[in-house]
Design a protein around this ligand. Structure first.
Ligand code: CS2
Length: 463
């Protein structure tokens, strides 16, 4: 507390006194995950003083409004099962609203900016059924028109914004740059490179050719469970540190970052802060996407149907826990890592999920099932079907999602809700077939699978 007994504000002086680093990194998607993960690794890198972020909110102005009066600072609360640790993070040098197009272009035009990281959710890449850019998406069409007309100010989609920035870099001849997508998609580097290429090609093929030569896109596996901030978090910071923080973020102690690819313009020494660089990232992506994220999706849908609100509540229910173990037993053999490593990861994961002090809401995880299930559940399901197995754990996730779309359990918030919710209506067996078809037409042709999803959905919701 300050001398008057009222909490002091958070500012550069309240951190380690380090002045704001020059902006050498740009981030799109300033939110809690970025602040608990990439910004934290950057803060802990030994060369942090040279690597500040210019970070942009994906939508709206919220966090930029809260962080700017605090000079970009915020408190990271590391919430272990037995207590909290408080750390002031200063790696965000400037926080910007989503529509600050001038600052965005200015950073890209600066040779001092070396890399651009991205957290825009799975849906933010605006992919179509072939995995490339969805050219029929209304937002994509508007952005292509705006960029063709030379007015990037109103561009809103993530691929559109990246192309607008890269066009500014090319005009300024500011040299190579690296894109660092940090969303839960396998091969997120290839995904980001593809949608950026497709959008640039639609605007100006010469720009697309320049991007091909000058932009490196790395692939990353990111992991740290980070729930929404609650008013209690600000109170906890104030009580423990005497500081009034308008934008704290609480996260778990565990953190992992695996990266693969080249940074031709340089990067912070993230490896000295615990990040790992590898040439073979796929097994790490599978381990995390299938076991952690797949487990999360199972609990989000099936746990909500059983009346639970958080991950910790759901895993303390023996039934949910046995469903989780069942899914893990099906997915684990397909993870190409030593069995002992996978077993240790699962054991650690159970503890992480059970951390009662992390209130990770199931409805937050339940969002965008149409984007998440294809990367979290379907790869292992397909591998099991190819072996002639009918994996009950995977079937249960699909069945629970179907029930959710039919109005049971967690509320539906999904990028494809308008299309999918009507498909889930009507007689259960037909609904199961339509919903599976919309995830992957081959699934709807698998009669045994459709019957199993239908029967499990009926069991989950009772008579
Ligand atoms: C979660 C992830 O919301 C979700 O879908 O599964 O945000 C998860 O908490 C993170 O990937 C953990 O690293």
């Amino acid at each position: 507390m300050t001398a008057q007994g009222s909490p002091g504000p958070l500012s550069r002086a309240a951190g380690d006194g380090r002045p704001a680093a020059p902006v050498a990194l740009v981030h799109l998607g300033l939110g809690n995950f970025f602040r608990a993960h990439q910004a934290w690794y950057t803060e802990r890198a030994p060369d942090a003083a040279a690597w500040g972020y210019g970070a942009f909110v994906g939508r709206g102005t919220g966090l930029a409004d809260a962080m700017t009066p605090q000079d970009g600072h915020y408190t990271l609360i590391t919430r272990a099962a037995d207590g909290d640790r408080f750390e002031v993070i200063g790696s965000v040098s400037r926080a910007h609203a989503f529509d600050d197009a001038e600052a965005w272009a200015g950073y890209f035009a600066s040779a001092g900016v070396r890399a651009v990281s991205i957290t825009v959710t799975e849906a933010g890449y605006r992919r179509g059924p072939d995995g490339g850019l969805d050219r029929d998406d209304a937002g994509v069409r508007t952005d292509v028109e705006a960029l063709r007309a030379g007015s990037p100010g109103g561009v809103r989609s993530a691929p559109g914004r990246l192309v607008a920035g890269l066009a500014a870099r090319r005009r300024a001849d500011a040299g190579p740059v690296t894109l660092v997508p940090c969303d839960n998609l396998p091969g997120n580097g290839a995904v980001a490179a593809r949608v950026v290429h497709d959008l640039a090609e639609a605007v100006d093929p010469q720009l697309a050719a320049w991007i091909e030569e000058s932009v490196s896109t790395v692939t990353t596996m990111v992991d740290r469970i980070t729930p929404r901030t609650t008013p209690d978090d600000a109170r906890a910071v104030e009580e423990a540190t005497g500081r009034a923080d308008q934008a704290p973020v609480a996260t778990e102690p565990f953190s992992e970052w695996v990266l693969s690819g080249e940074f031709p313009a340089g990067r912070p020494r993230w490896e000295a802060a615990g990040a790992r660089f590898t040439d073979d990232i796929l097994p790490f992506e599978h381990r995390k996407l299938w076991l952690l994220n797949g487990g999360h999706s199972l609990l989000a849908y099936a746990g909500s149907l059983r009346g639970h609100a958080t991950v910790a509540e759901a895993v303390s229910d023996d039934t949910c826990r046995s469903w989780l173990e069942q899914w893990w037993a099906e997915a684990s053999p397909h993870v190409d890592l030593p069995a002992d490593d996978v077993a240790a990861y699962r054991a650690a994961l159970l503890e992480r999920f059970a951390n009662p002090r992390i209130r990770h809401q199931l409805d937050q995880i339940a969002t965008d099932g149409s984007q998440k299930l294809p990367v979290r559940i379907l790869p292992a399901l397909r591998r099991e079907r190819a072996r002639g197995h009918l994996p009950d754990g995977a079937v249960r996730v699909l069945a629970a999602w179907l029930c959710t779309l039919r109005g049971r359990g967690a509320p539906v918030t999904d990028a494809r809700a308008d299309e999918i919710v009507p498909l889930a209506d009507g007689p259960l067996a037909e609904a199961a077939c339509r919903v599976l078809e919309c995830l992957d037409p081959d699934l709807a042709g698998d009669r045994e699978l459709v019957l199993a999803v239908t029967a499990t959905a009926a069991e989950l919701t009772g008579p």
